[in-house]
Design a binder for this molecule. Structure first.
Ligand code: ZN
Length: 127
């Protein structure tokens, strides 16, 4: 995930502002940090943010999968809107999408295909 450079990262002739601490420093024109320690701490926090982001999405996908798998185990093919809200099913993420069912998108949460049917909720398809 690209991290946008903060506004204080401004190139100004010889002087530059450290991306991490904001201090003015001079050096090569491609240098972005005043020290190794600033460079390391900047990259560590960028990597932490990226890990936190993927952890959050993976959690949502795992919860969606558990909800769909539970429906399927109990023989249900539909997850009503109210249940989606109650169980916190997230429509925003899926693991794959294809257009094979009457030209309408079929989403997958790992191995489970489903279709979003507007106000009627989610219809779980057979494999
Ligand atoms: Zn610095």
């Amino acid at each position: 995930m690209p991290i946008a450079a903060p506004a204080y990262y401004i190139r100004n002739m010889e002087q530059r502002y450290c991306l991490e601490c904001g201090e003015v420093f001079s050096g090569r024109s491609d240098k972005r940090f005043c020290s190794d320690s600033c460079r390391n701490s900047y990259h560590n926090s960028a990597s932490r943010q990226s890990k936190a982001y993927s952890y959050r999405i993976n959690s949502l996908l795992n919860r969606n999968h558990a909800i769909l798998a539970e429906c399927r185990r109990s023989g249900k093919t539909r997850l009503e809107r109210s249940e989606m809200a109650e169980k916190m099913f997230s429509e925003k993420y899926c693991t794959a999408c294809s257009r094979r069912f009457l030209g309408r998108p079929v989403y997958f949460c790992y191995d489970i295909p489903y279709r979003i049917e507007g106000r009627r909720g989610v219809r779980i398809l057979s494999e």
